[in-house]
Design a protein around this ligand. Structure first.
Ligand SMILES: [Zn+2]
Ligand SMILES: [Zn+2]
Length: 451
């Protein structure tokens, strides 16, 4: 088997018209720190010297390979013209890349990309490309025919070389292979450039001061968002939501196409969310602007929400944080303030009540999926802990309590008993019907505060 690089290169260029890059790329994995163009040039120089050597010593004829006359190999034309003044550079395209790796072509494509990138803000980018299958196939065939085992793929050379040109102009951005802000794809079948931006993730906390506002936008159950009589042609079940108050100003500032709201759990529509607020991440799809003035947008949100919803923004985050937020939320402890009505009113003394409340502190509760949610959740029994149960205000017909419990415990049912599905429960313990009439989430405790 032929192993000499010299012979392989000679064999190849005798049969295939190739540019410097395409010749060099066939040996691209040999040596590092130089471009394929350089590799190809070096090989052509040796082959050209060999031709001149033979031409002078033995047979007086021009070289058999047109690759030594390729347009990007000026030295070939000059040397050959010394003996054959009528010979010109080859006018055909490189048979392998079809001209797609010519410096001029790369520069033109890079310039169009830079123009398209003008309207985007990003600090990291990545280049991708799609080549016509005919080009990929041709190179594969050549590799097996000429036994070339150290070749680099044409796509990886193209991406790298055009990336270098872009990098020269994009001085504030760097290449990122894992999570680039922006991906520029060159489609060489149509010479089109596609720009895809990765989502922007904004981390914050929200408080909800008014009852009756859902966390996320609810589409109308009749028309599913199209608009009908039932929803008064709004397409929504509720006219406002925490999600909408937050997402709209950010979406328009980032010039994105869509947004997704990820809450760290959710409170009931009729519960307020107070205290330090509930963590959320807002995901903006296809943002054109990434350098947002977060404080300014936060102020717009707070002003528009008119005291119903208020947010604090912590900053920009990433997708992995969304998963963290979701997996954690179910276990995060939460602190609630609840108003409980007692019917009939109880005859116990305040001290007795305080003692009963204290029995619930640090108590493990067995809770079967509540009747009010069992239509959409699996019916099963879960064990969750109450951390703190403290009576703040006592009246025979009404209690105000502060309750901290493990994520996933349904507080309303802890009080009512849910027809015995939650054990133990306050109703049974007080021997009356206890019902939550008001509930506020006052803190969502972070991992370290949770059990
Ligand atoms: Zn080529
Ligand atoms: Zn509707």
């Amino acid at each position: 088997m032929e192993t000499s690089i010299f012979n392989k290169a000679k064999h190849l260029i005798t049969h295939v018209h190739c540019c410097n890059s395409c010749l060099g790329r066939q040996f691209g994995n040999l040596l590092s720190g130089l471009s394929n163009k350089k590799r190809g040039e070096a090989l052509k120089i040796i082959l050209l010297m060999e031709w001149e050597n033979i031409h002078r010593l033995l047979k007086k004829e021009p070289p058999k390979s047109s690759s030594l006359l390729s347009e990007d190999f000026n030295i070939g034309k000059m040397s050959i013209q010394r003996f054959f003044s009528e010979i010109q550079s080859a006018s055909t395209h490189c048979e392998i890349c079809q001209g797609n790796l010519y410096p001029q072509k790369l520069k033109e494509l890079a310039n169009s990309a830079l123009e398209a990138l003008n309207e985007y803000e990003f600090s990291t980018f990545l280049v991708g490309s799609q080549f016509p299958p005919s080009i990929i196939d041709k190179e594969d065939t050549i590799r097996s025919t000429y036994n070339l085992e150290f070749g680099e793929s044409i796509k990886s050379e193209f991406n790298r070389e055009i990336g270098k040109i872009l990098q020269e102009q994009l001085t504030l951005a760097t290449v990122d292979f894992k999570t680039p802000d922006i991906v520029i794809t060159f489609n060489l079948r149509s010479d089109q450039i596609t720009i895809k931006t990765n989502p922007l993730f904004i981390l914050g906390r929200y408080r909800k001061f008014e009852r009756g506002i859902p966390q996320s936008k609810w589409f109308c159950r009749e028309c599913r968002g199209k608009g009908c009589e039932y929803c008064n042609f709004t397409g929504k079940m509720y006219q406002e939501s925490v999600e909408e108050y937050i997402s709209e100003p950010f979406l328009s500032a980032a010039k994105g196409t869509a947004s997704k709201f990820h809450g760290s759990g959710r409170e009931d529509i009729d519960a307020r969310m107070l205290g330090t607020g509930r963590p959320f991440i807002l995901e903006i799809s296809e943002p054109r602007k990434r350098n947002l003035n977060l404080t300014e947008i936060m102020e717009i949100v707070n002003e528009k929400a008119g005291g119903k919803v208020e947010i604090d923004i912590e900053g920009i985050t990433n997708r992995s944080k969304v998963r963290e937020l979701k997996t954690r939320s179910s276990r995060n402890a939460k602190g609630y303030r609840v108003i409980i009505s007692l019917d009939p009113p109880i005859k116990l003394e305040e001290l007795e009540i305080l003692a009963i409340a204290d029995e619930f502190s640090d108590l493990l509760i067995q809770q079967r999926t509540p009747l009010r949610v069992v239509h959409r959740r699996a019916d099963k029994i879960r064990s969750r802990k109450v951390q703190t149960f403290r009576i703040e205000k006592f009246e025979p017909h009404q209690l105000t309590a502060y309750v901290v419990c493990e994520g996933g415990l349904y507080v309303k049912e802890l009080i009512s008993g849910d027809e015995g599905r939650t054990q133990p429960n306050l109703s049974e313990r007080l021997n009356t019907t206890a019902v939550v009439t008001q509930l506020d989430v006052i803190e969502v405790l972070s991992e370290k505060d949770s059990f």
